[in-house]
Design a protein around this ligand. Structure first.
Ligand code: NAD
Length: 281
């Protein structure tokens, strides 16, 4: 099955479907990533915060694939927004992965209540990584519209992507449509709401009618709306199932019905980025 690429605003492109490794224990990560690569995934989403960059790098090297064949994203951890700290953290990410570049590097959270509200100098530091070629593309994660407006006013580089919580219970439409209007790719994290949406009667009814699983229906909904997704699983059958979403279509009415499940703010499963201030010790 071939995975479509989404063109980014900087001339690079990203496979629309990838494999996420949040909450996969480092001991299980190499195995899970190896299985994903065997199934055909060519895009892995990790982060310094997940503690498993090393195992991601190992699995990619052990696969025998060329580095250039696998798209790798990592993210700047929350404790390292100051420029010097960000440079060190980025070097650590490359060393852990064992690569001399990442395809995409993101600021994991804006942390507007920390660092005197300064995420602008952090973004300028990512611009350096991009200019050096060690981050082929740079982007954001969990940035709200006001945060992106500030970057647009004060810096030169339009982010290539913004990775945000987005699933049928939380469409996050204000941020998604800002991304779209400004040529910023939307990456949907927790695309399955960590499994919460999979027994929703609207989803299960569509799944039954089209002869697919609820997870495949939800992932297909994301794909048809243009989101980049990287569902997480450590179960081989599910890793495969989540990959098989390019040989069927949902009807426009099905897409509308799933859109209708949006619960607004109360549908969030993760923290609100305007208030989130967690820094790992
Ligand atoms: P997800 O929505 O991908 O859900 C994963 C869970 O859904 C699994 O643990 C499993 O319980 C269930 N599941 C997966 N496939 C299934 C299937 N086929 N059938 C039934 N159940 C299934 O949640 P996630 O891991 O939180 O998000 C995916 C990725 O997004 C992460 O691994 C990470 O890469 C990224 N992420 C980023 C941020 C951020 O702040 N940038 C936050 C959370 C997640």
């Amino acid at each position: 099955m071939s995975i479509p690429n989404i063109e980014l605003n900087d001339g690079h492109s990203i496979p629309q479907l990838g494999f996420g490794v949040f909450q996969i224990h480092p001991r299980e990560t190499a195995q899970a990533v190896s299985e994903a690569l065997e199934v055909g995934y060519r895009h892995i989403d990790t982060a310094e915060m997940y503690g498993n960059e090393r195992e991601v790098g190992e699995a990619i090297r052990d696969s025998g694939l060329d580095r250039a064949e696998v798209y790798v994203t990592s993210k700047l951890n929350n404790g390292f927004h100051r420029p010097d700290d960000a440079r060190e953290a980025f070097d650590r990410t490359l060393a852990e992965l064992g690569f001399d570049y990442v395809d995409l590097f993101l600021i994991h959270w804006p942390l507007p209540t920390l660092y005197d509200g300064d995420f602008v100098s952090t973004w300028r530091t990512l611009e350096e990584f991009n200019q050096h070629g060690s981050a082929r593309s740079i982007g954001l994660s969990n940035f709200q519209v006001a945060h992106m407006e500030r970057l647009a006013a004060e810096t030169d580089t339009v982010p290539a992507a913004n990775q945000i919580e987005l699933h049928p219970y939380f469409l996050n439409e204000e941020v998604r449509s800002y991304n779209e209007a400004h040529g910023i790719a939307t990456e949907a994290w927790s695309p399955l709401a960590q499994g919460e949406v999979l027994d929703d009667p609207v989803i299960t009814a569509i799944a039954e009618r089209v002869g697919r699983t609820p997870a495949q229906v939800v992932l297909r909904w994301h794909i048809q709306r243009g989101n980049v997704v990287f569902p997480k699983s450590v179960t081989r059958e599910r890793i495969r199932e989540n990959f098989e979403v390019f040989d069927f279509d949902l009807a426009p009415g099905d897409i509308e019905d799933i859109n209708g499940l949006d619960k607004g703010e109360s549908g969030r499963i993760g923290p609100n980025p305007d208030r989130f201030a967690y820094v790992p010790s």
